[in-house]
Design a protein around this ligand. Structure first.
Ligand SMILES: Cc1cc2nc3c(=O)[nH]c(=O)nc-3n(C[C@H](O)[C@H](O)[C@H](O)COP(=O)(O)O)c2cc1C
Length: 162
């Protein structure tokens, strides 16, 4: 069973990240398996501080201080974000919402971008899979080559003079 909480109400007198650790401990004692760590949307007076992965610090604290599995959510928009959060032990899962509204193929696209090919595509879409993977492979090879060039060589390449 997972429980979603507001780990920070972003308003005076509301829940703080310190409170959230205690709230998570109480849910753990009551039998919850996992805390889905969101924040806000409980007061019109709230002043949230948005930014990339802005709620992940709350998931990190709950996981590591209360000792319960967490789901990180909020402005997680790339597979690299997900992998860094999981690898650093800041959460057990990441949930991605709005990027899927902008691009329903977000997961397929991100997998190709990081070179992870063992993904099932809908049968009707498989013609696009290898093309996308090839394009990203080319981009990665180009980026690796650019990284080896000096700044002046890079400028010449951009101008098309070499
Ligand atoms: C259209 C929409 C509806 C949502 N409805 C709810 C909801 O009913 N309850 C809730 O806790 N979060 C809701 N959320 C918040 C998402 O679960 C998620 O926490 C939030 O979008 C931040 O993640 P993201 O940056 O990946 O979108 C909603 C988000 C969107 C975009």
């Amino acid at each position: 069973m997972s429980v979603r909480i507001s780990a920070h109400d972003w308003v005076d007198g509301g829940t703080t990240p310190d409170d959230a650790v205690e709230i998570a401990r109480a849910f753990k004692a009551a039998g919850a398996d996992m805390i889905d760590v969101s924040s806000g949307q409980v007061s019109k007076e709230e002043k949230p501080v948005y930014g990339r992965m802005f709620q992940t610090p709350f998931a990190d604290r709950i996981r590591n201080e209360a000792g319960i599995a967490t789901i990180a959510v909020g402005a997680i928009s790339e597979a690299d974000h997900v992998n860094s959060i999981i690898a650093a032990g800041r959460a057990d899962l990441c949930a991605v919402a709005r990027p899927h509204l902008a691009n329903p193929s977000w997961t397929l696209n991100e997998a190709a971008k990081i070179g992870y090919f063992d993904v099932n595509w809908p049968k009707q879409y498989t013609a696009a899979k290898s093309q996308l993977e090839r394009n990203y492979e080319r981009e990665r090879a180009q980026a690796a080559e650019n990284a080896r060039l000096s700044p002046s060589e890079r400028a010449q390449r951009a101008e098309g003079t070499v």
